[in-house]
Design a protein around this ligand. Structure first.
Ligand code: SAH
Length: 354
């Protein structure tokens, strides 16, 4: 099912790779350093790189003949200033990224795949199926271009856009390494959140790395039957096994897990659902993040009433579990959670943040 693309972006290579690139061509190592620095400033094609000799630019173009990833469309929310970027990739595929402003700084929500195979019924990202994985460099290129366009330093990153990060884990882990490079973007692992719909082998792989980043689990229901009703992946990785994987993850030294729970009216938002959720997650070092559902055209699920959302939160909190309500950003530009899609043509993955 998984389609991997290999190294397709200039951003798939780190500083040492660029130094080796130059040395292999009889050029000094520092030229490689200059290329890497230009890339990190947002010069994503040789013509934009300053201080680089034309002969070297020609070598770069010969090695990477296709054009760079580009911003096709930018929408700015008039409500909260969130910025949604539509990117066109080399092969014409499109993905979206969202930049949000918080009191603790700017946060970016990035896509990890073109489309998604998870098929969650409440999410727009799945509606058009899966096309391919993004390479680590394609993710980094989006990050750098957004930072350049907005003219600011990005402090936090969530992989909650289009796609299932643990279904593209090799590239996601390579991306985390690239983005945390102190000589590059230098975004520390503690500022990164990786979200999953519950792919157990991926969670076990992450556990073995004793990660510093935050693992976020899209739970959305506290009973297996209910979860399977809205998330087909629950048939493959049932809830009891998922919770066991979360325990292993914490035992291996993982940081506090964030459980995401989208509130769907009269489906999973009743008082007894809140009780079931509290009982399920209570034994774990965790935090619950409630997500007011965003409307997705064609979905049969609807948002919970505000009064019930507050009630649900207080029930979970009454069990001593930290429980926050996610602020929905960028609704007017369809940049909120679950509203991102594969391409603009098909009409519009996540502008909300924990
Ligand atoms: N596939 C991964 C990464 C995508 S994260 C995962 O499922 O975790 C996207 C987040 O937005 C998830 O928590 C998802 O459940 C949530 N989401 C999807 N559709 C939504 C909707 N209509 N309203 C609010 N949140 C939604």
């Amino acid at each position: 099912m998984t389609k991997t693309v290999g190294r397709v972006s200039l951003y798939d290579y780190d500083r040492t790779d660029w130094q080796a690139f130059c040395q292999a061509r009889g050029l000094p190592k520092y030229r490689g350093t200059q290329i890497h620095e230009a890339l990190m400033r947002g010069a994503n094609q040789s013509s934009l790189m300053q201080n680089i000799p034309n002969t070297l630019k020609a070598e770069i173009d010969a090695a990477f003949p296709k054009s760079a990833l580009s911003i096709r469309k930018l929408q700015v929310s008039s409500i909260d200033g969130s910025r949604k970027y539509l990117f066109q990739l080399r092969d014409g595929a499109m993905v979206e990224a969202v930049l949000m402003h918080y009191h603790h700084g700017a946060s970016i929500c990035l896509s990890t795949q073109v489309g998604c195979c998870m098929g969650c019924y409440f999410c727009a990202s799945s509606q058009l199926g899966f096309e391919r994985n993004l390479s680590a460099g394609e993710m980094l290129e989006q990050f750098v271009l957004v930072s350049k366009e907005a003219g600011l330093r990005i402090h936090n990153m969530v992989l909650m856009g289009i796609g299932e990060p643990l279904d593209n884990l090799d590239e996601v882990l390579r991306f985390v390494d690239l983005v945390s490079d102190p000589k590059g973007v230098n975004l520390g692992a503690r500022r990164i959140t990786i979200s999953t719909s519950g792919l157990i082998p991926g969670i076990d792989r992450l556990a073995a790395l004793r990660p510093q980043f935050t693992l976020s689990i899209s739970l959305h229901a506290a009973e297996q039957a209910k979860r399977a009703e809205i998330m087909p992946i629950a048939n493959r990785y049932p809830l009891d096994e998922l919770m066991a994987a979360c325990k292993r993850y914490l035992k291996a030294g993982g940081k506090r897990i964030s459980f995401e729970y989208i509130l769907l009216r009269d489906f999973n938002d009743r008082d007894e659902d809140a009780e079931a959720l509290a009982q399920l997650v209570k034994p774990l070092l965790c935090h619950v993040n409630l997500i007011p559902s965003n409307e997705v055209p064609g979905s049969r699920y609807h948002a919970s009433r505000k009064s019930q959302i507050r009630r649900f939160q207080s029930i979970v909190e009454s069990h001593g579990i930290p429980c926050t309500l996610r602020r929905s950003l960028g609704r007017d530009i369809e940049a909120a959670c679950g509203q991102l899609r594969r391409s603009e043509k098909e009409k519009h993955s996540c502008g909300d943040i924990c």
